[in-house]
Design a protein. Structure first.
Lengths: 351, 351
């Protein structure tokens, strides 16, 4: 099969790889029908995160079950499935608490499982999925979704689940005022998640016309282009002299975290899903003095997918609009370039 | 009148001071019937916090309204009232959000109000209370509570409200497992608050037999004396191999914060009310990786008092048991010594 490999910074290649097979009784092999490039895939691409030799890459995909192991009873060949961005067991205390990203038997795509067996990356034609029944979410009644539905289902792998996690972590609910810091695919999904959860006032901080327009489509009531103290002043002005009840931090830099922190009202909530980089910290004394709630981290997509899936299937939300570009899998290198250069918000790859 | 002053580290004096009078239309003058020494009063006493000349001290008191200003209509002379540990307006956006400790017109006891007028400390015979209607909570139908009820009402000024804030911040609820770090009056009230909110398993970390016994009275199901990694291992063992859903940090040191952080399960919640000292911090990357929720700070006692008061009045909770010593106001210096030397959990002073 053809699959995407990263050899080092800036070096993405689509190569011939061995077609995966069922190796454990809990496995399924999924034929990938759509995958995509994540903002976090750009860290090794940009050399921010080290690459140790050629590695399979990609952690977001949807597709069709081709074969299953002997222990798999709730999935069958032909099922259309969504893969969350990590593989989890569904049975350990962390999974039972809904925190599948802390699964005691976790496996990552493009890495090895707990038995030391290779797990394919998501940016390829097929993937061996360990712990398949617990990991994959079947889309009921659908075998060949059209392009628009495929796009929305694919976002549940990661970006829509992550935007939702930011909103949940920031205690978004009916009537709450919300600021979203970051206008990438996750930030835009955060806007959509905030609207879905009942926020009435949603301020998206964006300086890109196309992203701001999509933020408005997703439910943003206001766009703020200013940053730093001027950004905070603008938020305060828009909200009638107070800061926001809930702030979603969807970038992870020191600047974005400070922007988020200083946009949150006393006693408000900050949900952060941008991986902290560049010295991003929150002084504990500041939290104490401001009574601000902080929560976030990696989204347990597997836990969130069922409720989000319902809303995708009935048309309540259409997060697939974050894909502004679709390319064949063979053009993966160009897909990375387009995202790296911010020519695209998010690129879908079709094997 | 007689009132307690702090002159410097270790130097507490009870002196003659001018009896307070109504100076603003929103004022009330309260005759103090019971007050007490707070753990945070020990910071200036120990020289951890600077003292700039002789200052009135004390921020927890209950008593009887003696006189009111022209604008006060919902309080009358003779009312028995509880004073939260800060004075707040009840009308600004922060107060309307329930975060009275961030009130835009906040005043502290023993300090000055926003008009520059002196506000008496709580450890004296009487106090001028600005913004009295918004600040004070009337205890309905009671004018002369007995000793036990007085003690419980007095805890609502601060320690019980603060223990409750720790529990609320740690998302304590029915069925949750809870660890409480700190066995001072606040930690003990945290145990009581956790039980009141429905926690089924409550582990109190205590190495003092008398405090551990009171923790059990308040609802602790287990006592852990170990600290550090051994304390974490003990928590994990008691909870069947997992860490706690909710952890209450009621000390504020680097060690106690680390103990709390490492006792919280992935996706769990840490509520902290100990003022961060000694380099206590929470690395943002740790929060990201563990998906732990963090919230806390000063309790908005004014917001919490009404619901806690109901439970005190109907006997559901008896937080007044944290007072293991009662002294006349004249013995304030001895009260500070007893608390400083940990001979007492909490000392009530009777003017």
């Amino acid at each position: 099969m053809r699959a995407t490999m990263i050899y080092g910074p800036g070096d993405i290649r689509v190569e011939d790889r061995e077609y995966p097979t069922v190796r454990l009784p809990g496995d399924a092999v999924v034929k990938v029908t759509a995958t995509c490039v994540c903002g976090s895939d750009l860290w090794p691409y940009r050399g921010v995160k080290a690459v140790s030799g050629p590695s399979a890459i990609g952690h977001e995909f949807v597709g069709i079950v081709e074969s299953i192991g002997a222990d798999v009873t709730e999935l069958a060949a032909g099922d259309f499935v969504i893969a969350p961005f990590v593989d989890s067991c569904g049975k350990c205390p962390q999974c039972l608490n809904g925190v599948t990203v802390a699964c005691e038997h976790i496996a990552g795509w493009g890495d090895t499982d707990e038995h030391g067996l290779f797990v394919d990356g998501g940016q390829g034609q097929a993937v061996r999925v360990p712990q398949a029944e617990a990991t994959l979410v079947k889309v009921p009644g659908i075998t060949e979704p059209g392009d628009a539905l495929t796009a929305s289902l694919l976002t549940l792998s990661d970006v829509m689940a992550t935007g939702h996690h930011a909103a949940v972590s920031a205690n978004v609910g009916p009537g709450r005022s919300v600021v979203v810091v970051g206008d990438g695919a996750v930030g835009l999904c955060g806007v959509l998640a905030a609207r879905r959860l009942g926020a009435t006032r949603i301020i998206a901080m964006s300086r890109h016309a196309d992203r701001a327009a999509l933020a408005v489509t997703f439910g943003a009531t206001d766009i703020v282009a200013e940053r730093g103290d001027r950004g905070v002043a603008k938020v305060r002005e828009l909200l009638g002299g107070v800061l926001a009840d809930s702030v979603l931090e969807c970038v992870g830099t020191r600047e974005s975290m400070e922007q988020a922190l200083h946009s949150t009202r006393p006693g408000g909530s900050l949900g952060f899903v941008g991986v902290p980089t560049g010295g991003a910290e929150i002084p504990l004394r500041h939290l104490f003095d401001s009574n601000i709630h902080v929560a976030g981290g990696m989204a347990s997509a597997r836990t969130y997918i069922p409720e989000l899936l319902r809303d995708v299937l009935d048309g309540t939300i259409n997060p697939g609009l974050v894909f502004d570009s679709v390319m064949p899998l063979e053009d993966a290198a160009e897909a990375y370039r387009a995202m790296d250069q911010r020519r695209a918000i998010k690129v879908m790859l079709r094997p």
